[in-house]
Design a protein around this ligand. Sequence first.
Ligand SMILES: Nc1ncnc2c1ncn2[C@@H]1O[C@H](COP(=O)(O)OP(=O)(O)O)[C@@H](O)[C@H]1O
Ligand SMILES: [Mg+2]
Length: 444
Amino acid sequence: MIAAALVKEPDLVIADEPTTALDATVQAQVLRLLTELQREMGMAVVLVTHDFGVVSQMCSRVVVMYRGRVVEQGSAAEVLTAARHPYARALVASVPRMDDTPGSRLPTVPETVASLMGPLDEEALSDPTLRVPSAGEARSDGPEDTAAGVPGPRAPFGRSPGAADGVGGAEGGAPGIGKGRAGEKTTPLLSARDLTVTFPGRIGRAPLRAVDGVSFDIAPGESFGLVGESGSGKSTISRVLLGLRRPDDGSVVFDGEDITRPTRRRGRAPAIQMVFQDPYGSLNPDRRIGHTIGAPLALHTDLSRTERRERVAALLTEVGLDPALADAYPDELSGGMRQRVGIARALALEPRLLVADEPVSALDVSVQAQVLNLLTELRRSRGLAMLFVSHDLTVVRHMCSRIAVLHQGRIVEVGERDQIMERPVSDHTRALLDAMPALAHHPV
Ligand SMILES: Nc1ncnc2c1ncn2[C@@H]1O[C@H](COP(=O)(O)OP(=O)(O)O)[C@@H](O)[C@H]1O
Ligand SMILES: [Mg+2]
């Protein structure tokens, strides 16, 4: 595609999200290629992206758009470190970074029904919740209010140790994170042993071993990260844990019981629940939100209709939504709100382990931070364990205290967050780390 665009030796190339669908290592290659070609051929590049890592690595000037309008423009350095418009500033600040305090609350871009679904007007843009605190003024940091938490100026993107500026009420040693460390003798909540899943090959092709002898433990309350490129087997492992797929080999012991034997589970409320990647596809468009969230309660509890309705209202509140939304349909909600509904549904039966398979990959960066914050808050308040699945190491670093790196169906490395991030032993981990868009600002 790049070659095709360059056949006529253009003066200007417009690259519209050129790497959005690609794995990190491939993205890195494509970006390197674009930079080289740009230098050699002396062409201008307009790079369209939602990814500030890419902007920081590739661009000298940036224009930030909000609902069809340019709200900010300037040099990349200016926009990334000292944006003037509150939206641009909030957007930059909401991106998890390699130098964040893991588990800290990410600053968010306020998401309100009005700002996302109402017509664009100056009122929305001058929304007081988007107000930028002046220098020295304490940031509002209301833990529950999703419309608060507008960030102040942030340190520049970069790995410099001083750049962590305590944004978002950092709570490094917070309870919950770092529980169940390797070496501590906690009985695991979940033990996967030698999981193997083979898919029959297409005609004439060899069978595909999508999961190949995978073993790991998750402690009660622990947030365990599973990271790997697409096709490495992450979703297949998630589906095995959920009982949606039987492994060809191996076992999953949850709370002392082998859950890969389906007969044992019947009649019991599943204590492992899933949050899906696609908040659009995972909700039934014909069912009201309240029905969707209440369905597991109807199936697995003997709560009355009224009691179910009350539980649904409480769940909606817990995930930061107006209980009145129980009567809404999914297409009346934004992506972030739908993902909150997916989380409420997963919480309905009070699971002890939440499997979140790329829960923010389909969301805009501005909404990502809100959903990540919500998952962290819920994990702490409910003492939930979480298997957090992602292809994005920056996000996994932010969310998880222990991380396993998956490559072609095998765990190539598993360890504490800091060991994985700072002293990786596997080449595959190093490749993933190297491929994260440079967060330092290197304008071309
Ligand atoms: N139902 C299926 N039938 C055949 N192959 C599959 C099926 N599901 C997944 N695969 C293959 O198994 C591998 C792992 O897939 P998946 O677990 O979805 O990876 P990930 O979630 O890490 O992207 C991929 O090569 C994928 O094409
Ligand atoms: Mg997947």
